[in-house]
Design a protein around this ligand. Structure first.
Ligand code: F6R
Length: 360
């Protein structure tokens, strides 16, 4: 990196002039948030929840709902029952007495998460609530449901460790899907190893997140992963580019994108040369998807202003997933700083909720 603009990423005073509410510190602290999140999960009493369950459903949207997508990516292939992430007001018809529902809303006040809950309880489903408070915490208490209460004061998307890990680890407590202790330890180690390398103290020449942000600056990132963990991470990257960096971004995953989106990278080159293709690569995924990624890159690379690949760290799927989330989150904040936009406020979401509330 050479230009003046990129130099800003090595200047903490300048960073804080833009990142007024300190989003960078919060995302940098992800490893510690994950350690605390594990404690929260281990400290929760699930004895009142009794299966067996014929279906698992996560009800939540935005930065909260994505925790369901991430958990699903990790566990789905090992589960004997369906796992659904529901991001709508409507409840699927099969939800009934043998369904386990996780209602996930960091604020606890999101209507798409709250509105279906009465119906879900009426149908006799079991319910676990994850929130930092609000109406969802009150609902859990009133109905005697398990409440995983999370520390408050963050933007929901910045609380991803608190939302994701207790959701995942509760599946172990309930005998549905167990994360091995060794994998958990490895994951926390990988994150702590990454922390110094991504921190603002580490100069741009040695800092992967700063370098990536500088490459992406002025471009529209298209994040591609593969079915499973890197695909779920691609969704997270897209959302963080939207909400932190305040730019359009899109995501997709292999193999499906080869059957439609790949063809779309043919025309409109004057537009797509301002796009950057970011390929998120996991280890131990399906070889066929890795081959697809390589072939696709060759087929479409001339259409993009930039093509870059990012490799997951660690060995276990959990470590790899968390490593991709960590890198994407920090990169999105550095990109916000290059864009000279405060990463924390999400004015459009606030205005939308306010306008809807006015309509009653
Ligand atoms: C804001 C964010 C949003 C919220 C969403 C739902 O940081 O990430 O996507 O997550 O508006 O709100 P909660 O998560 O409180 O249910």
């Amino acid at each position: 990196m050479s230009g003046d603009r990129e130099d800003i990423l090595d200047n903490y005073q300048e960073i804080r002039k833009i990142d007024v509410q300190g989003m960078l510190e919060i995302v940098e602290d992800f490893p510690n948030q994950c350690i605390q999140a594990v404690e929260i999960a281990k400290g929760t009493d699930f004895s009142g929840v009794s299966g067996p369950f014929s279906c698992l459903l996560v009800q939540g949207v935005g930065g909260s709902g994505v925790s369901g997508d991430l958990v699903k990516a990790l566990v789905e292939e090992a589960l004997e029952v369906p796992f659904l992430v529901n991001k709508r007001y409507g409840t699927p018809g099969f939800v009934g007495e043998s369904t386990l529902v996780f209602a996930v809303s960091y604020s606890g006040n999101t209507e798409e998460t709250l509105i279906p809950l009465r119906d879900i309880l009426f149908r006799g489903a079991e319910l676990i609530c994850l929130t930092s408070g609000g109406q969802l915490a009150a609902f859990a208490r009133q109905n005697g449901k398990v409440l995983i209460e999370l520390p408050g004061g963050l933007q929901p998307r910045a609380a991803i460790g608190y939302l994701f890990l207790p959701l995942l680890l509760s599946l172990g407590e309930l005998g549905i899907f167990k994360i091995e202790e060794a994998d958990l330890e490895e994951s926390l180690e990988v994150l702590s190893d990454m922390a110094e390398a991504l921190a603002f103290r580490t100069p741009a020449r040695d800092n992967q997140a700063k370098k990536l942000a500088a490459l992406l600056w002025g471009k529209l990132p298209i994040a591609y992963g593969s079915e499973g963990i890197s695909g779920a991470a691609a969704l997270r990257w897209k959302c963080q580019f939207n909400e932190n960096s305040k730019i359009p971004s899109f995501w997709n995953s292999f193999p499906e994108l080869n059957h439609n989106e790949t063809v779309g990278w043919e025309l409109l080159k004057d537009i797509t040369r301002r796009f950057a293709l970011v390929l998120l690569q996991d280890k131990k995924g399906r070889v066929r998807n890795a081959q697809r990624m390589e072939i696709t890159k060759e087929l479409v690379k001339k259409q993009f202003g930039l093509v870059t690949a990012v490799k997951a760290r660690g060995e276990s799927p959990l470590a790899q997933l968390l490593s991709l989330i960590y890198l994407g989150d920090v990169t999105s904040v550095y990109l916000a700083i290059l864009n000279e936009v405060d990463p924390t406020p999400v004015e459009r979401i606030r205005a939308l909720k306010e306008n809807l509330a006015r309509l009653g």
